[in-house]
Design a protein around this ligand. Structure first.
Ligand SMILES: Nc1ncnc2c1ncn2[C@@H]1O[C@H](COP(=O)(O)OP(=O)(O)O)[C@@H](O)[C@H]1O
Ligand SMILES: [Mg+2]
Length: 266
């Protein structure tokens, strides 16, 4: 069970509070779209779930256990811009990722394990539509193709949790729509939990089964960093709603709704 439970999480950098009182339960297979103002701590929250960063206080439970201190392949991430090794082809980049994921204890993959990793990498490249581009170098890949490669790389670890930080933010609208289709299919096929940060409200409502809004509820005009953001709206979307994204801005949609994620003892 890859349930995620976040209990009273806070993150501070020095005196600056970035996140506070974050409470959240995500069931396996949910697709949470995360929105919020720039700088309010969305990426920080994702980095904490990846174990690239650690909470200052509070607890994250993943799969029934406290979150491991180190990143693992079962928690994959796709960033807005993919950092590939420019001197490796698409296939070689994937194989390197497999090497890094599979070799933590035993060194480079060898023999049968390597052959299996290659088969898996080729199948994944096909799956994300990069079969014909497997021998191309990153410089020859479009932005959309690079994000396809990034998704394939994250999938290689068979993640139970896929973290995505504005994965399509740098893409042209047409390409973005193609990527939505691909991601929706892959999410259904793999049944993984997805947490995707986006600044595109329509994208959040189109893809998510749930939309989480991060915002500050407390403000100190003398010292803006005194208080952090928390989850102010937690909107669960049923399938019918997902097919027809609401045209109104999210604040209007959220204000009429109760906010179960807000702490009750503010
Ligand atoms: N490593 C760090 N050290 C100090 N401050 C940081 C660090 N990472 C992020 N921050 C600060 O935390 C705040 C939230 O950043 P971030 O999570 O990137 O926001 P968002 O993704 O919502 O735009 C910002 O004010 C940022 O400057
Ligand atoms: Mg960010």
């Amino acid at each position: 069970m890859s349930r995620i439970v976040v209990h009273d999480l806070a993150k501070r950098y020095g005196d600056a509070v970035v996140l506070e009182r974050v409470n959240l339960v995500i069931e396996p297979g949910e697709f949470c779209a995360v929105v919020g103002a720039s700088g309010c701590g969305k990426s920080t929250f994702l980095r904490i779930l990846l174990s690239q960063e650690h909470a200052s206080s509070g607890v994250v439970v993943f799969d029934g256990r406290p979150l491991p201190r180190e990143p693992q392949p079962e928690r994959g991430i796709v960033f807005q811009r993919y950092s590939v090794f420019p001197h490796l082809t698409a296939l070689q980049n994937l194989l390197l990722a497999a090497d890094l994921a599979g070799s933590r204890l035993i060194g480079r993959l060898t023999g049968r394990a390597r052959a299996r990793a290659r088969e898996e990498a080729l199948a994944l490249l096909d799956r994300v539509g990069l079969g014909a581009a497997r021998d191309l170098y990153p410089a020859s890949l479009s932005g959309g193709m690079q994000q396809r490669l990034a998704i394939a790389q994250a999938l290689l670890g068979r993640p139970k949790l896929m973290l995505m930080d504005e994965p399509f933010g740098a893409l042209d609208p047409g390409v973005r729509v193609e990527m939505h289709g691909l991601l929706a299919e892959i999410w259904k096929e793999h049944g993984m939990t997805v947490l995707m940060v986006t600044h595109d409200i329509a994208e959040a409502f189109k893809l998510g089964t749930r939309v989480l809004v991060f915002d500050k509820v407390r403000h100190d005009p003398q010292f803006p960093a005194a208080y952090g953001a928390t989850i102010t709206y937690d909107l669960r979307l049923d399938r019918a709603q997902r097919r027809t994204p609401p045209p109104e801005p999210i604040v209007a949609a959220g204000q009429a709704l109760p906010s179960p994620a807000l702490p009750t003892t503010a």
